[in-house]
Ligand binder design. Structure first.
Ligand SMILES: Nc1nc2c(c(=O)[nH]1)N[C@H]1C(S)=C(S)[C@@H](COP(=O)(O)O)O[C@H]1N2
Ligand SMILES: [Mo]
Length: 536
């Protein structure tokens, strides 16, 4: 218990119980906790600014032009994370310095934290879109948190609040009769716990806050967008296209339930105002479109079922939506294809690429740069502000989200997944899926129902086999479009016992889906879907 004898550190004139290294750690913990809390509040309250981003913006605005150009040229799209990282590193170093300072001059160190927060507030207020009250609130919360953590770690707790060691009463301090403010430093174990805890919580709060704030802002932007009326609208949905059988997949998959597959660790949040789509490569006239320009071109609407090559037989990595956007053919006509331009590569803001035959883009009228999904601007997860949708091709070769460029190349260039062992070409295989009944049911009349898809070819027939019985033809829902899945059902008199139900689809060209079972790699799973049903 030697530490407690020192009372409030420097006051006694003896060496401070915290070493320089520990004090520096305490300062880092204080700054990380302060920044983390400030970021979290900024993320939770949409109008509240991120002070870290504000400081970063100020740095961009104040560095000389040549330095900024150099940063963009050498770092590319990584410039922003690098800048934010730089602000954080400097902050942590300042924290360490303030921690060491606090061993002797705790009030000065607290003032340093307050000054540090003030700088953030001043930087944010330089942007007059940031409301004064919320900006000051964020700064204040950060400063109070930082000072509290630093004070706790460097000065300690009020003596009474320090629990006695292992039940023994804390020994009285002869130098401290109890009339002076009684503070005592934390023991080593508590010091480490508080330092580590504040740092970890600060980091988590900061990550959470920055994730939230990006999304908040994006959702505000999306909500403000007005979609143009398409020049060519999708055909009205015929009565009877959706059988509305309980448990059966609806004809249109709501956006919130649409499967999501991508390599992005964090959903890219792309501001449409700064976004551009480049059409380049083997074309006569490369050009660039802003979001506003893309919205002014004639739009089409198309109902298209999208499927992932990783979808297992019977799996749910497939969905159907009404897409709106600009047909690829119009963009290619404008650019003028050069000889040898056999592949269209979609490039994403996050570096992802996917390529498919140019002929597909020319032949399939509904292949488009989509800006809307089921009547609203693309959700962030599904590629806002723009993505490719190409009927008939698996997403990994075609459906680039957060699209930044359309590149015309020869066939030798490979998209992201090709060197990773997936097939160069990815036409969607004809598939059926059984949705109902699921698992166990009571005996009686039960529909067997599901969906089947063969985008660009359509579905002509679905057959069902129960146990070792004959293939029976299912009823089909009214067709919506050859690019969409089609619902089907078969009335069934379920008898007690265990049953195996299989299904198979025939596409619009009369080809029955293959019975041959293949895994998803390299070009998509095949084989009939089979379910087991227990009837009681
Ligand atoms: N930028 C980007 N786009 C991408 C991907 C990706 O990883 N990154 N994955 C593709 C794959 S494999 C599929 S199946 C579809 C899925 O689209 P969804 O998430 O909107 O359903 O997006 C495609 N577009
Ligand atoms: Mo996929």
């Amino acid at each position: 218990m030697a530490e407690t004898k020192h009372g409030a550190g420097g006051r006694t004139g003896r060496a401070h119980p915290l070493g320089r290294g520990s004090a520096a750690l305490a300062g880092v913990a204080a700054v990380v906790a302060a920044l983390g809390l400030a970021e979290l509040v900024a993320g939770l309250i949409p109008a509240a600014p991120s002070l870290v981003v504000a400081v970063g913006d100020t740095v961009i605005d104040s560095v000389p032009g040549w330095l900024e150009q150099w940063a963009i040229a050498t770092l590319g799209t990584a410039d922003k994370p690098v800048l934010i990282g730089g602000v954080l590193v400097v902050s942590v170093l300042i924290g360490a310095g303030l921690g060491v300072l606090a061993r002797r001059y705790v009030i000065l160190a607290a003032g340093g934290i307050a000054l540090f927060a003030t700088l953030g507030v001043v930087a944010a207020l330089a942007d007059d879109r940031n409301p004064v009250f919320l900006t000051v609130l964020v700064g204040l919360l950060g400063a109070v948190t930082g000072i509290a953590v630093l004070g706790l770690l460097v000065v300690g707790l009020p003596r009474r609040a320090v629990p006695a060691d292992a039940g023994r009463p804390a020994p009285a301090d002869p130098a401290d009769p109890g009339t002076v403010p009684a503070l005592s430093p934390l023991d080593r174990r508590r010091f480490l716990a508080v330092t580590g805890g504040a740092t970890v919580l600060g980091v988590l709060a900061g990550i959470g806050g920055s994730l939230l704030s990006g999304r908040e802002r994006l959702d505000q932007l999306r909500a403000a967008i007005r979609l143009p009326v398409p020049a060519r609208q999708a055909a009205p949905v015929p009565a009877g296209a959706d059988l509305e059988i309980p448990g059966l997949t609806p004809l249109f998959t709501p956006n919130a339930e649409f499967y999501r597959i991508d390599t992005a660790l964090r959903v890219p949040t792309v501001d449409p105002d700064g976004w551009q789509l480049e059409v380049r490569g083997m074309v006569d006239e490369p050009f660039t479109l802003t979001y506003a320009e893309l919205m002014e071109l004639p739009h089409i609407e198309a109902d298209v079922t999208l499927a992932c090559v990783s979808n297992e037989v019977g799996g749910d990595l497939v969905g159907n939506a009404r897409w709106q956007g600009v047909p690829l053919r119009a963009l290619l006509d404008r650019a003028g294809l050069q000889e040898g331009a056999t592949q269209l590569i979609g490039r994403s803001v996050d570096g992802f690429t996917a390529g498919f035959p140019v002929l597909t883009a020319l032949d399939v009228e509904e292949a488009m740069v989509a800006v809307a999904m089921n009547g609203e601007p693309l959700p962030a997860e599904h590629g806002f502000p723009a993505r490719l949708v190409v009927p008939g091709l698996y997403g990994y070769v075609s459906a680039t989200k957060w699209l930044s460029a359309i590149e015309l190349t020869g066939w030798d260039v490979d998209g992201y997944w090709i060197p990773r062992g997936w097939a160069k070409e990815g036409p969607i295989k004809t598939q059926a899926r059984i949705d109902v009944p699921g698992g166990a049911v009571a005996a009686g009349r039960r529909p067997i129902a599901g969906v089947a898809w063969a985008p660009t070819r359509g579905i002509e027939r679905v057959e069902v086999r129960i146990d070792d019985g004959p293939w029976q033809e299912a009823e089909l829902a009214e067709p919506l479009d050859v690019d969409c899945w089609r619902q089907w059902y078969l009335p069934w008199e379920a008898t007690p016992g265990r049953h195996r139900i299989a299904a198979r689809a025939t596409d619009g060209r009369g080809e029955v889906q293959t019975d041959e079972r293949t895994p998803v790699a390299p070009d998509g799973a095949s084989g009939y879907p089979v379910i087991e049903v227990v009837v009681s």
